[in-house]
Design a protein around this ligand. Sequence first.
Ligand SMILES: *[C@@H]1O[C@H](CO)[C@@H](O)[C@H](O)[C@H]1NC(C)=O
Ligand SMILES: *[C@@H]1O[C@H](CO)[C@@H](O)[C@H](O)[C@H]1NC(C)=O
Ligand SMILES: *[C@@H]1O[C@H](CO)[C@@H](O)[C@H](O)[C@H]1NC(C)=O
Length: 452
Amino acid sequence: MASFLSHFLLPFFLFGLALAATESGKVGVNYGRIANNLPTPDKVVELLKQQSITRVKIFDTDVSVLKAFSNSDISLTVSLPNENLTAASSSQSFTDTWVKTQILPFHPGSNISAIAVGNEANTDPNLVPKVVPAMNNMYSSLQKYSISNDIKISSPISYASLQNSYPPSSGSFKQDLIDPFIKPMLAFLKKTDSFLMVNAYPFFAYKDNSDQISLDYALFKPNKGNVDSGNGLKYDSLFVAQIDAVYAAMALLKYNDLKLVVTETVGASSENAAAYNGNLVKRVLTGGGTPLRPNDPLDVYLFALFNENQKPGPTSERNYGLFYPSEQKVYTIPLTAAQATRSVAPASANNATKAVVPKSGQSWCVANENAEAKKLQAGLDWACGQGQADCRPIQPGATCYNPGSLVAHASYAFNSYYQMKTRAAGTCDFGGAAHVVTQPPNFGSCKYPTGN
Ligand SMILES: *[C@@H]1O[C@H](CO)[C@@H](O)[C@H](O)[C@H]1NC(C)=O
Ligand SMILES: *[C@@H]1O[C@H](CO)[C@@H](O)[C@H](O)[C@H]1NC(C)=O
Ligand SMILES: *[C@@H]1O[C@H](CO)[C@@H](O)[C@H](O)[C@H]1NC(C)=O
C-alpha cells in the first residue's frame, strides 16, 4: 500500500497543485476471460498490482476471480449478465439470492464498488424494458443486506443509444429508447446517487467517417480540432466530443449533473490501439474534464486486459488486450498518474508522444524473451520457410547475424514477416512467441525494416 501510495498519490498531488486543477480522472481495465490460456486469477491480481491498476471491471461474478481480488486494494465492478436480466427484472427474490450468493460472501474483502446490470441492453429490444426493473430489484436487495451505500448500480449503454452525436451540443438519445429505458434509468441513477455507464468506441466512428474525421483527432494526437457549431466549444479529440454528446443528451432530459463513467473503450488495430489507449490514459490522468463538464473528471475502463483467444468474430476481436496471456505487454502505455505526468513533463510533450508511438502506424514485431526456446525456434523456422520472411540478413556473415541469439534472430524473422504482411492483425503471434512493439527493436547494429 505504501509504495502504491507514493507511486500514485504524490505525483498526482503535485500535478494537481501545479495546475490548481480539477480532480483528474481514473483509469481501470476490463478483465474479460473468453480464453483458455489466461493466467490464473491470482496471477492476474499480481500483474494488476505490478502495473498499479486499481480499478477492474469483470463481466460476471466468477467465484475464483472474486476470491482472488480479496484484500487487493483493487476496486471491482461486477456484472449481472444479460442472460439473467429477465429473471432479475421479474422478482426481487432472484436478486436477493444473487446478492446473497454472488456479492455478500466476497464483499468488502473484495472491494465491489459497482454492479453493471446487463450490458448494452439498448441493442436488444427484448431486454430494453427489463433493465430498470432489474436495477430496482437489485437496489432493494442491496438495501436489504445494508450494502446499498457501498455498491452503486448502473447498466452500460452503447454509444448506439444516441440518435445525434454531432455536433456534440446536439447530442440526443434515440426516441424509442427514451421512455422505456433512458428516462427511468436516469431517474434511478439520480435517486441512488449512481452514474451512467457508457461504452464508447470513437475509433469505429472514425473508421466509418474517415473522410470527415482525421486520424489524429481520433487518436488524441495534435490536430486542428473541431469547433461545435452549436456553442462554439472546441474539441481536440473525438473521444471527448463523444462524451459531451452524451452529456448533452442527458441535459436534454434535464439531467445536468449526473456523473458518467466510460465502461469500455478501445482503439482498433494493434498499432492504433497503442496510440489511442496511451494518449487516452494521459488525457484522463492529466487533462481535466470535457468542454461541457470541465469539472467532472473522465473515468474510463480500457478494453481489455488480455487478448482473448476464444472470442468469436473477426481476428481483431481476439486482439484488444493490453497483455498477452503470457503477461507480456502488447505495447507500452502509461497506466498511472506518475507515468502519465512523467511523460508530459515540461517541453517534452512531443517527445513523450513519440515514446508511445514513434510515427503514426509504425510498429515492429519481436520475439518474447521469455518464450520457450522450442517455440521460438519453431516460429523462426516457419517464418523463414513457409512464411517467406526475408531471413538473408540473419545468415552467418550478414548484417544481422550478430548478436547470434535465438531471440534476436527470431525477432528479425518475425518482424520481416509482420512487415511483409503490412502489420495485419494476427501476423505477429507465432504461437504466442511474439508481440508488437512501437519502438524500433534494438539488437546490436541490426536495422529492423519498417514497412513505411
Ligand atoms: C473501494 O473502492 C472504492 C472505489 O474505488 C474506494 O473509494 C474505496 O475507498 C475502496 N474501499 C476500500 C475498503 O478499499
Ligand atoms: C443466469 O443465466 C444462465 C443461463 O440461462 C444460467 O445458467 C444461470 O444459472 C443464471 N444465473 C443465475 C444466478 O440464476
Ligand atoms: C526531444 O528529443 C530530441 C531527440 O531525441 C532531444 O534532442 C531533445 O533534447 C528532446 N527534448 C526534450 C525536451 O526532451
